[in-house]
Design a protein around this ligand. Structure first.
Ligand code: FEO
Ligand code: CA
Ligand code: CA
Ligand code: CA
Length: 742
């Protein structure tokens, strides 16, 4: 453990139990000493030990027990010898038998509101107890909650692609390539409804899981579903004023959730669907009215348009969802110009109702809730630190855009394990009142949490945006974090918490050369280089994984220490391969992260574009150590900037090299897919993995045929109707019935 990371910056003069525990877990010879020295009763009073008082959260990370999977360009899920998978559900599968089985040919005529959504992403299992209520025990019956990030592939859902001005064969995404024509209502409704979250009952026989059609638990939360707006009581009126639209002039409710990528699970058994790239669904049509300067300044920080498209524009943001009928609010709400005299009479405030964590109770029909106290940004995962009875809860959250921040929400209420199973009304206890912080990571390996508070002069007097009140601070959290000087990161994706020691991990997926050059790096984002074979340009094309430990192991800590667990790289990347990866464990663009409580393995999912010439995206297994188990390194940077080779060095702190013994590629995905959600049965013998957007690079259907799709998975393996690619949740088991990965 480096001096910089520990002794010099820990305000305590004695060694924390947390440090002793962490060191013991990385040194098996000391385990017996620790286990013998502290009884479970003592452990349960200490930070980072499971609130339920058992030792199941403190798993032993045993050796990886599988042969590494080679890189693959196959159109299938590739696993190590001795493992197999089945598909649990895929895009379009029906939740009820009253609608037709999915055609997978674009011929389905229903509105998609009772089908599994698209772009499977974050995911978790919620077990159903004997009384029909949530239980932490594995009962063999669960509701599987799956986020649907849903973006560019809606062209698969219509016979000949999407339609604009009556012309079919098109492929639109929300990222600025809508061609400004009028869209048919039926297509738009399908697109609105394939977003959001799927909730489906799944049951197990042995280790085989299947979805239960017609279960009373089956439902969808879509981009159209009414949701409640919640926040701190003292500021809720100010928050609601920013949410007022023609749908609810009081701002107490809004509609839907969009672009749900990462997720969270609360200690009381609810699901947090995080809203990521919601900003580009809205339109400011040609000839419409601009919004006022204050709202425009807010929108500018989130990438939402505030002035009308130029008369000469041929493409714009959104997917034309506002075009079917200006008098039907299901469509009109996506036109966010100043249509009426006041904001409460149009939908200019509609973008203010997105960018939150949405709390859903998978086991009841209670209205879902947008938790404004946790801030508004491009939310990735919301991961809860290990809960400790009688202490506040901390949720760690990334904002996934280039140069955005990592945040922490600390509840005002202290955790009470008796709240398990209480649904979103318990969420009202923990997720409305609390403090929101943004992270600042220092060059010496320490970090600090900066509170987003209007009482801070840096926020109150910020010249970039005139905050009216604390509600405005929460709704415009990106502005407030900038005002405080938070550290600009290389796209914070998912976080995860190591159940063995409470350390928090964040995937920083990549960044581009506009932000990272050898003269624009810092200790926590230290690399600037060219992709070794030029597929993805320069900057930080392969990403890295940060981890940090709160001072004293406390959710309420105002400081932490950090290092970089792993740097993504191709194995032949020279100086950029800081973590000394090999052909058996090289990876790029870490995106999802998830820890197994059963085995202690840190699972790393990728969403890559830099190595995809030689391998599809993947899932790797790592045996984590602890913050500070490596040391200080100097990174040598070199890349071409404006035609000139620029070099530089940057000091940083890197975790101990893992080698092939502790880091191995486990799964490689089908063509064009990323690997997203991941969870496990509590016994560690069944792993659920989401495969998102196979065939993403398929051209518009106007230029492709059924036989030229980039991918035909999972139909090509016998699941459903063969033809178009579909996102899916798969279930992985070992043929010998053992635990996954060990
Ligand atoms: Fe949806 Fe940030 O990945
Ligand atoms: Ca290469
Ligand atoms: Ca992702
Ligand atoms: Ca490359």
């Amino acid at each position: 453990m480096s001096d910089k990371l520990d002794t010099n910056h820990n305000p305590s003069t004695h060694e924390h139990f947390q440090d002793v525990l962490a060191r013991s877990l990385s040194n098996p010879s000391r385990r017996g000493v620790i286990r013998g020295g502290f009884g479970l009763a003592a452990l349960s009073t200490l930070p980072f030990v499971s609130a339920c008082g058992s030792s199941d959260g403190g798993s032993d990370a045993v050796a990886l027990g599988f042969t590494p999977t080679e890189k693959s360009l196959l159109d299938n899920v590739v696993l190590p010898a001795g493992y197999s998978y089945t598909v649990l559900h895929a895009t379009g599968d029906r939740l009820v038998s009253s609608i037709g089985a999915y055609s997978n040919k674009g011929t389905d005529t229903d509105d998609w509101s009772m089908r599994v959504g698209d772009h499977h992403d974050g995911m978790d299992l919620f077990f159903i107890g004997g009384n029909g209520k949530f239980t932490t025990q594995d009962t063999g019956r669960a509701v599987l909650a799956v986020n649907h990030e849903s973006s560019a592939d809606a062209h698969f859902f219509n016979l000949a692609g999407q339609t604009s001005n009556g012309v079919t064969g098109k492929k639109f995404s929300q990222f600025g390539d809508w061609d400004l024509g009028n869209r048919p209502a039926a297509e738009v409704l399908k697109e609105i409804n394939h977003h959001g979250v799927s909730l489906a009952e799944v049951t197990r026989t042995g280790n085989a899981w299947r979805m239960v059609i017609d279960s009373p638990y089956n439902r969808r939360v879509t981009a159209q579903t009414p949701v409640r707006i919640a926040g701190p009581a003292a500021h809720l009126a100010d928050i609601k004023a920013l949410m007022a639209t023609r749908f609810d002039r009081t701002g107490a409710t809004a509609r839907g959730t969009l672009n749900n990528c990462g997720h969270g699970i609360t200690p009381w058994g609810t699901y947090l669907a995080c809203e990521e790239n919601w900003a580009a669904y809205f339109s400011m049509p040609k000839g419409s009215n601009a919004v006022d300067a204050k709202l425009a300044a807010s929108r500018a920080r989130y990438g939402v348009a505030s002035t009308p498209l130029a008369a000469t524009a041929t493409t714009g943001s959104g997917q034309g969802w506002h075009t079917p009928d200006a008098n039907d609010d299901r469509f009109a709400r996506w036109n966010v110009s100043a249509v009426a005299a006041t904001a409460a009479d149009d939908f200019r405030n509609e973008p203010n109702t997105f960018g939150y964590n949405v709390e859903i109770d998978p086991l009841s029909n209670t209205q879902s809730v947008k938790r404004v106290a946790m801030g508004r940004f491009a939310h990735e995962a919301a991961v809860c630190g290990l809960p400790v009875a009688g202490k506040p809860l901390a949720f760690y959250m990334g904002c996934d855009s280039r140069n955005e921040y990592i945040y922490k929400f600390v509840s005002a209420a202290n955790w009470d394990p008796a709240d398990v199973g209480g649904g979103v009304s318990v969420g009202d206890k923990y997720l409305n009142e609390g403090k929101l912080y943004a992270a600042k990571f220092n060059a010496d390996g320490t970090g600090a949490w900066l509170e987003l508070s209007i009482a801070n002069p840096l926020v109150r007097d910020y010249t970039g945006y005139a905050f009216a009140n604390q509600g405005d601070v929460l709704v415009n959290a990106r502005h407030a974090a900038t005002a405080l000087g938070a550290t600009r990161m290389d796209r914070p994706e998912w976080g995860a918490v190591n159940p063995a020691n409470g350390e928090i991990y964040f995937a920083l997926t990549n960044n581009s050369n506009a932000n990272r050059t050898p003269t624009k790096v810092d200790a926590v984002n230290p690399r600037a280089y060219a992709d070794v074979d030029g597929k993805k340009g320069s900057g930080n094309p392969n990403g890295h994984i940060l981890r940090f430990r709160e001072t004293g192991g406390l959710s309420t800590a105002s400081t932490c220490v950090w290092d970089i667990f792993l740097f993504g790289a191709e194995e032949d990347a020279g100086d950029a391969n800081v973590s000394k990866l090999t052909a058996k464990n090289s990876f790029s663009s870490p995106d999802g992260l998830w820890f197994s409580k059963s085995t202690g393995i840190c699972w790393i999912q990728t969403d890559d574009g830099a190595m995809t010439d030689e391998t599809n995206c993947m899932l790797l297994a790592a045996i984590p150590g602890t913050v500070g188990d490596g040391g200080k390194v100097t990174v040598n940077n070199s890349m071409t900037v404006s035609g000139t080779v620029v070099t530089g060095t940057q000091e940083t702190f890197v975790g101990a090299a893992l080698g092939e013994a502790k880091l191995r590629r486990f799964l490689v995905a089908p063509k064009g897919a990323e690997v997203t959600g991941l969870t496990e049965s509590p016994d560690g013998k069944t792993m659920f993995v989401c495969i998102q957007h196979p065939g993403e690079n398929t051209p518009a259907l106007g230029t492709a045929s059924e036989f030229t799709f980039e991918s035909q998975w999972p139909g090509n393996t016998g699941y459903g109707v063969t033809g178009r690619p579909r996102s899916a949740t798969i279930v992985i088991t070992r043929t010998d019935g053992g635990k996954i990965g060990v």
